[in-house]
Design a protein around this ligand. Structure first.
Ligand SMILES: [Zn+2]
Ligand SMILES: [Zn+2]
Length: 428
């Protein structure tokens, strides 16, 4: 038997999935995707679809070569050997590339785009990490860097998680400064790290050399007392970054959106400026509990060869949202057929197919037994599919043009005309 590649999985109707594999339940995916599309629609954010493969150079420039994301990319050469290709490890660089390539900067106002799709990283398989994983995200690109952009996105995310019934989230907020104030901070940081280095982990040592800001991000327990003594970015921001951060906090207060300023929060990618944030989820996620991550990336367009442009966005791991959903989510997203039709005999079979077609034209979801089962087995199948109602059609029903509609949950039944059946099923 050939199985899925390591770090990937199938998504199926929940009745085929082990109850603890909630990320494999298609009903949960539909719930999250439709809540996301509804949130984006309400906030005037439009969909973009970019290719899954891009030139490797896009991510080398856009993500930076000294980042974890870059080291985990799936790459290959085209057969002609003329081009180096990467499976996208994230989508921000792709969206900004599309923004530049399609000349969206020529249009008035902010470009507000969202995506939902698969991303690929060659991670060591472990709990909650997949080599193909899905993200939904938003990128707001244009000439303005008003903190009103951030505030509106946080408001939207608040609605989105409330809609899904995920209540135990927390918004962690920081500013990582910009090219004016960050070099200064990094110099101070390295200075302060020097005497602490002997106490820090291997990862901290490596990052001290390659990407000192990310030392702040270390999660190793024994590093924490030392890292908590390091200088804080928010104490060293230039006037512009400081004003932006304060204005954003004031806007969140105005909207009654709770947040926690988290001085050691930095993002994994090089291109972030000013606002950096994460939303962490509650108990269901365990230690990998970041459910949304994002920030401002005012320099990215220029790095990718576009005009000077400002941007703010986030990405959210869909699998982690799925795990965070309330336990009754599959029941809420129930997608089983409204009606199952079983029949007795050849005339009833023809009658059933015609009736099913008319009901479907009215918008009702109908499953007819296609395999000619005996009645008892047909009803067992209806039960298995979770059908709300079942109809049994025989010669009597054809003659009288009235049917016995069984409510499968209540095991009650009722005599109905076709019009009455339509009225009942459409109401459900
Ligand atoms: Zn460390
Ligand atoms: Zn600054």
């Amino acid at each position: 038997m050939i199985e899925t590649v390591e770090g990937t999985f199938d998504v199926l109707p929940a009745r085929f999935v082990k109850p603890n594999r909630v990320y494999q339940q298609i009903e949960r995916w539909h719930l999250v995707e439709s809540a996301a599309r509804e949130a984006f629609r309400r906030y005037g954010i439009e969909e973009i679809r970019t290719p899954i493969i891009e030139k490797l150079e896009l991510f080398e420039r856009g993500v930076g070569t000294e980042t974890d994301v870059n080291k985990e990319m799936f790459t290959f050469e085209t057969r002609e050997g003329s081009e180096r290709i990467a499976l996208r490890p994230e989508s921000t660089a792709s969206v900004v590339r599309a923004y530049i390539q399609n000349g969206l900067f020529n249009h008035t106002g902010l470009t507000k785009l969202y995506y939902i799709g698969a991303q690929f990283r060659h991670e060591r398989p472990q709990k909650g990490r997949y080599r193909q994983f899905a993200q939904l995200g938003v990128e707001i690109i244009g000439q303005s860097d008003s903190p009103a952009i951030e505030a509106e996105v946080f408001e939207m995310l608040t609605w989105f998680f409330k809609e899904l019934g995920i209540s135990d989230t927390q918004l962690l907020l920081n500013s990582v400064g910009d090219e004016k104030c960050r070099p200064n901070f990094i110099a101070k940081l390295k200075e302060s790290l020097k005497d602490k280095l002997p106490h820090l982990c291997g990862n901290c040592h490596r990052r001290y050399e390659t990407n000192p800001l990310r030392v702040l991000d270390c999660k190793v327990e024994s590093c924490q007392p030392y890292l908590n003594q390091l200088p804080r970015l928010t104490d060293m921001l230039c006037e512009e970054c400081d004003a932006h951060f304060k204005e954003l906090c004031a806007m969140l207060d105005e909207r009654a959106i709770a947040y926690r300023i988290t001085p050691r929060l930095v993002r994994g990618l090089d291109y972030y400026t000013k606002t950096a944030f994460e939303i962490v989820g509650g108990g269901k996620l365990g230690s990998q509990n970041t459910i949304v991550g994002g920030g401002r990336y005012d320099g990215l367009s220029e790095i990718l060869g576009g005009p000077p442009t400002k941007g703010f966005g986030f990405a959210s791991g869909i699998e982690r949202i799925l795990i965070s959903l309330p336990d009754d989510s599959v029941a809420r997203a129930k997608e089983s057929p409204a009606l199952f039709i079983a029949y007795l005999g050849d005339a009833a079979r023809k009658h059933s197919f015609a009736l099913a077609r008319r009901l479907r034209e009215e918008g009702v979801s109908v499953v007819v037994d296609l395999e000619g089962r005996k009645l008892k087995k047909a009803l067992a199948l209806a039960d298995n599919l979770g059908a709300n109602y079942a109809l049994i059609i025989g010669d009597n029903e054809i003659q009288s043009q009235s049917y016995t509609l069984r409510d499968m949950q209540k095991s009650a039944q009722k005599t109905c005309s076709e019009a009455e059946i339509i009225a009942i099923l459409k109401k459900d």
